[in-house]
Design a protein around this ligand. Structure first.
Ligand code: NAD
Length: 296
């Protein structure tokens, strides 16, 4: 049984921390929100009064926070110094590549091993322990983090050096955002041309246009396997989070002078949809803006 500090027990962190506790680890939980702390306690974690207290004597520190500024603040002001140098530091938040690299460099300068380990999979996968982790860091840091990540996920992949996990995450989600928009406009056009959506699905899912956004996450209700489209686009992966990831991808693209016209257009469209009130809907709901059925 290891002592694990878990900071950030929101939608994702609560399920992840619960799985570590279920596996027999002593999970010391800290969050700024009282409701999040109460939920963590009910799931078998020990609530503590600060991130630094959680990190004291810890074998591992796991963070699942909103953005880069929160991650930098928590590590620089509460974890470094408080955690023993033997603790493996694992940031699972989705943040910008530059901050991930900076915090890991600072951790290493302070004598720690650290990985960035963002996830693919939403709240249901966090609760079920079936996330996919993409990790950046040294071989030795990855090896130290892996046993903890394996409890929370079904796949744990070493993507490369510091920041490589974040790079893999935003590249994947840029492809997802662009392919979802392409899938939505394709179904909208097919319908305007008189094609039945189910018939078009039967054809395209077996032809060269097939992609994950179509066959695993079809944005049209009643077509293909059950998806958020069949629940009025509730649950799933919120438009606001897709927009966040597209912004991170565009920021990263700019930093290395990469030409990403499809990613840039996806960002513009998701921003417009969020501003029209779609931020809380699943990201496949953008089909309603594209086919002009979203209320204006
Ligand atoms: P959330 O807002 O539900 O949870 C974040 C938690 O961090 C909150 O409970 C908040 O109180 C806490 N927090 C913020 N600052 C803190 C601090 N200084 N100290 C302690 N606690 C602090 O967000 P979420 O949906 O759980 O997402 C967390 C991360 O996972 C984000 O980076 C997000 O992009 C990523 N992610 C989310 C999903 C998803 O489906 N929700 C999927 C993949 C990745």
């Amino acid at each position: 049984m290891a002592k694990v500090a878990f900071i950030g027990l929101g939608n994702m962190g609560s399920g992840m921390a619960a799985n570590l506790a279920k596996a027999g680890h002593e999970v010391r939980a800290f969050d700024l929100s009282e409701a999040a702390l109460a939920k963590a306690e009910a799931a078998g974690c020990l609530r503590v009064a600060s991130a630094a207290e959680a990190a004291t004597d810890a074998d591992a520190v796991v963070t699942m926070l909103p953005a880069g500024k929160h991650v930098e603040d928590v590590y620089e002001n509460s974890i470094f110094g408080a955690a023993p140098k033997t603790a493996i530091l694992i940031d699972c938040s989705t943040i910008d590549v530059a901050t991930a690299r900076k915090v890991i460099a600072d951790a290493e300068a302070a004598g720690y091993q650290m990985v960035d380990a963002p996830v693919s999979g939403g709240i249901a996968a966090a609760e079920a322990g079936t996330l996919t982790f993409m990790c950046g860091g040294t071989e030795s840091a990855f090896a130290a983090a892996k046993p903890f990540l394996e409890i929370m996920g079904k796949a744990v992949i070493h993507a490369g050096g510091a920041g490589a996990g974040q790079a893999a995450k935003i590249c994947n989600n840029m492809l997802l955002g662009a392919s979802m928009v392409a899938t939505c406009e394709t179904f909208a056009l097919a319908q305007k041309l008189g094609l039945d959506p189910a018939t078009f699905y039967a054809i395209s899912s077996q032809a060269s246009g097939q992609c994950w956004s179509m066959t695993s996450y079809c944005p049209v209700p009643g077509v293909g396997p059950e998806t958020p489209a069949d629940r009025d686009y509730e649950g799933g992966f919120a438009t606001a989070l897709m927009l966040k990831d597209l912004k991170l991808a565009m920021e990263a693209a700019q930093s290395v002078d990469a030409y990403t016209p499809m990613g840039a257009e996806a960002e513009v469209l998701y921003e417009r949809f969020a501003n029209l009130g779609g931020a809380g809907k699943d990201f496949s709901a953008i089909i309603k803006m594209i086919d002009d059925s979203w209320p204006k």
